[in-house]
Design a protein around this ligand. Structure first.
Ligand code: ASP
Length: 455
């Protein structure tokens, strides 16, 4: 079998019938595009139409509160009826009302909005599969409910375990022997209790990544991700309005940047399966096919840019533990980390020295985790000093070239100092120089560092 492409179209690319027609042309123009993951219809900025997923959530919320849901139901029904009408499709038709009612009933019986939220992707997938058949393409609609088994992390976050990949691959490979094209709705799978479970928002990227990784690089040439922007930007455009577009980058760099602060281009969770499987990504703008987009490769042969991009995420807490004998105690660090694990706190970084450890984690976890009880536990390990820094922002300066270049750190710290920005922590893992500053200074830190290191 020649190598194929796993393609994903985001919601804005599929927001109405006109856009679906455009997408159908893109799909059929390349016979290697054999697995296509679709989102629910997204927002249409020009007329303020929201994402279908948001409309479904609003409907579910109203239902839970016992409010009148008629107008919210109608909004969704009309939207799909319009799409189907313009595509001359009758796949969903009047059945949608009952489908919505059934999914709303699951809110009571399963205590979960997931089945309702997943309906946008499911319906759009069915409509698109139906439409593609009109082009004479042998198309199969494959429902993730049947073959994407979903598990939960310790924090209740849905994901697909690697041990599930071979079943997924078997199923998809079998379908590919019978059909030219497979349409898979993104964003959901089936939980261990046989209930529909959605991935975190933007999860269609994750579905595509799981499918590509399950099949592996021997079968998948590339994951093409079609979205409504020209590519990955070197910084958040809300902070750097003219941030330059990245032409080529590595999967490692994308992973560091999306985890370090999302620019909304690619879901952070979706990078890891592709990086592990060694499958490159081609990120493209559905509406500007002439643009190159961003190529995200497994390895870069050379790299001209030292710094590929700068990300920022706010609201971290740092717990600093100082023990003058730490370096001589076997398992001292393990005991500290164990204390956080027992309290259910997910740690992001732990810069250490011979006499100290600073544990960095997202502040959101403080609210229900009682920082005080954690500090009491840590006191029991008898540290010499215990202190906390609240409201820390982390700025990530990312680039494969950083490891072998000299002077980038010096330039970064000098510029921050010259601008009166105090550094409270820093870490370096070879491609990511993470600098902690107080939240309020973080955006200015990004501006200063962008100007100095990217231009
Ligand atoms: N429709 C879902 C969302 O809006 C998933 C996706 O579009 O990727 O988050």
């Amino acid at each position: 079998m020649p190598k194929l492409k796993v393609v994903k179209f985001g919601g804005s690319s599929l927001a109405d019938a006109e856009r679906i027609k455009n997408v159908a042309q893109i799909i059929t123009s390349d016979s290697a595009r054999r697995i296509v993951v679709v989102s629910a219809p997204g927002a249409i900025k020009e007329n303020d139409t929201p994402k279908v997923t948001d409309q479904l959530i609003r409907l579910g919320e109203k239902y839970k509160k016992g409010e009148n849901i008629e107008s919210s139901m109608d909004e969704i029904i009309t939207r799909f009826a319009e799409i189907e009408g313009e595509l001359d499709s009758r796949r969903i038709g009047t059945k949608i009302k009952q489908m919505l009612a059934d999914r709303l009933a699951l809110i009571d019986s399963q205590q979960s909005m997931d089945p309702l939220m997943a309906l946008g992707e499911e319906l759009n997938g069915k409509i698109i599969a139906d439409y593609l058949k009109k082009f004479g393409v042998d198309t199969c609609f494959l429902n993730p409910e049947e073959f994407i088994k979903v598990d939960e992390t310790d924090f209740g976050k849905t994901h697909v375990k690697r041990s599930r990949f071979s079943d997924i691959s078997d199923r998809v490979t079998a379908i590919l022997t019978c059909y030219d094209l497979v349409i898979v709705p993104g964003f959901y799978g089936i939980g261990t209790n046989n209930q529909i479970r959605t991935f975190p928002r933007g999860g269609s990227d994750y579905t595509a990544a799981i499918l590509a990784a399950s099949l592996g690089k021997e079968i998948v040439e590339v994951h093409e991700n079609f979205t409504d922007v020209n590519g990955v930007l070197a910084a958040d455009p809300k902070i750097i309005p003219n941030a330059r577009k990245i032409e080529v980058m590595s999967l490692r760099e994308l992973s560091e940047l999306t985890l370090g602060g999302s620019f909304g281009v690619f879901q952070a969770e979706a990078v890891a399966p592709l990086a592990r499987a060694g499958i490159p990504i081609s990120l493209r703008n559905t509406f500007r096919l002439g643009e190159n987009g961003t190529k995200i490769l497994t390895e870069l042969s050379t790299t001209q840019d030292l710094v590929r991009g700068i990300a920022y995420r706010g609201d971290y807490t740092i717990v600093n533990i100082r023990d003058y004998d730490m370096g001589d105690k076997i398992g001292a660090l393990a005991r500290i980390i164990e204390t956080f694990a027992k309290d259910g706190i997910s740690i992001e970084h732990v810069p250490t020295s011979q006499i100290s450890a600073s544990v960095i984690f997202g502040s959101k976890q403080n609210k229900d985790r009682k920082l005080l009880s954690l500090l009491n536990e840590l006191e029991k390990t008898n540290p010499d000093e215990l202190s906390i820094d609240l409201n820390v922002g982390l700025v990530s300066v990312v680039g494969e070239g950083l490891k072998s270049a000299s002077g980038v750190g010096a330039r970064a710290f000098t510029k921050l100092a010259n601008n009166g920005i105090n550094v409270v922590t820093s870490l370096f893992n070879g491609i990511n120089l993470t600098i902690g500053v107080v939240n309020g200074e973080a955006k200015r830190a990004v501006e200063v560092l962008y100007k100095e290191l990217i231009g």
